[in-house]
Design a protein around this ligand. Structure first.
Ligand SMILES: [Zn+2]
Length: 98
């Protein structure tokens, strides 16, 4: 029976739904000159914000202005909204028309 890992590694909180998840389950964003950018490879340094890569959590984070809070200032979230649109297009249900 597996016991809990001796070290809780890479646990992050989604700024959308505020749920703690493993870093690999979350999408990392970084702030570059007051602009929020997607950090797909998690290679950029500095302060990061973590969100589930789902339309629900991305929208929550935008609605609650969680990025402003995470980066302590008014942020340009165009990249987040673009990412949200892309995600929604990928997840769009196929209507059976025709
Ligand atoms: Zn979430």
């Amino acid at each position: 029976m597996p016991t809990s890992s001796p070290r809780a590694i890479n646990q992050r909180t989604c700024i959308g739904c505020r749920t703690v998840a493993h870093a690999t389950e979350l999408l990392r964003f970084v702030a570059i000159d007051s602009t929020v950018c997607v950090d797909a490879d998690s290679k950029r340094g500095g302060r990061g914000a973590w969100v589930h890569p789902t339309p629900e959590c991305l929208r929550l984070a935008l609605t609650k202005r969680a990025f402003n809070r995470a980066f302590r200032g008014p942020m340009n979230t165009d990249a987040v909204q673009a990412w949200l649109r892309t995600t929604m297009e990928q997840r769009a249900p196929r209507d059976e028309s025709g």
